[in-house]
Design a protein around this ligand. Sequence first.
Ligand code: 5GP
Ligand code: MN
Length: 339
Amino acid sequence: MKTGTFTVPTDLLTRIKAAQNILCISHVNADGDAYGSVLGMVWMLRSLGKRATAAMPDPVLPDFGFLPGAGEIVGPDDTADDYDLIICLDMSSADRMGAVYDEPRFGAIPLVVIDHHITNTNFGVANWVEPRCAATAQMLVVLSGPLGIEVDTRLAQCLLTGIVTDTLCFRTSNTTPEVLEAAMCMQRAGADLSDIVRQTLNRMPFSTLHLWSRVLADAHLDQGVTWVTVSQAQLRQAGHEGDDSRLNSILSSINEADMSAIFTEKLGANGSPAVECSFRAKPGFNVGELAFQLGGGGHAPASGCTIAGTLDDVVGSVVPMLVAERRRQLAHTGATPQH
Ligand code: 5GP
Ligand code: MN
């Protein structure tokens, strides 16, 4: 495969090659790329004869139980303290590690970053941040080259899952020839594309349908911005834990909107109200910068943040910001309305 488009930094390669016992961490509210890249990294390291552990802050979602190694992912309470390297995958900032990163135990262990978010804060001692890659899993396909790894079926299944989920099955605007090439290599190495699509994008419990019917009944559209709110009461009524990625696909396909948002009510750690915001933008528009300004991060077309306050407060302050951002981008960046 042609990997010449992307260059793996030498300091990152050197640290990975030298390490023997490695902790691989991915982010809170994990998605398919978080699971695919953290497990893919573990399989790559093990194929080099190293010890490797995958850790995530939240319990593993049943939907991703099909991934090879998913049953071995440990939580914050089950990490050891004798690692000689920590690899952070698919995370734009250190806070995304949640409770898995235990500063007193891990503070002295070198930490490196492999990520594709343009808002990455470069929080490692070595950072490979490649926003031209559509998924962190795509970066690992590249990394398998200089590490001399022969990709087996398990690894291929993990990496293709990350690519498929982050590109919504090759539908996002960042689906370049390099993405397709990486996916093709993983399919040739044994990954089952149709099984991955069936296990990730093409399935949902009835409770999701129930939740969407309630939430979409109250969808809003104002000046090119569409949004919905998801309250804790609606989540409880539907018996649902919330999964906004596919709901976002629906909102971002609305002809009259260039930006969309889902506001999900959360309970903060100390019981105070908070709202998780998930943003999407049509090609030519950017929601990454706004999310970053609000303490979160992401990409131009897809981003998010969590803000303290009630649903009403947060919607009341953030929707006008999205409307203003869209207007500013129409005026200054040459973005054109998509309808
Ligand atoms: P989603 O809306 O699918 O949860 O997230 C869209 C993108 O924004 C993903 O790349 C995700 O990593 C990023 N993102 C979502 N929420 C946050 C957040 O609170 N902080 C940061 N740094 N990134 C976020
Ligand atoms: Mn990703």
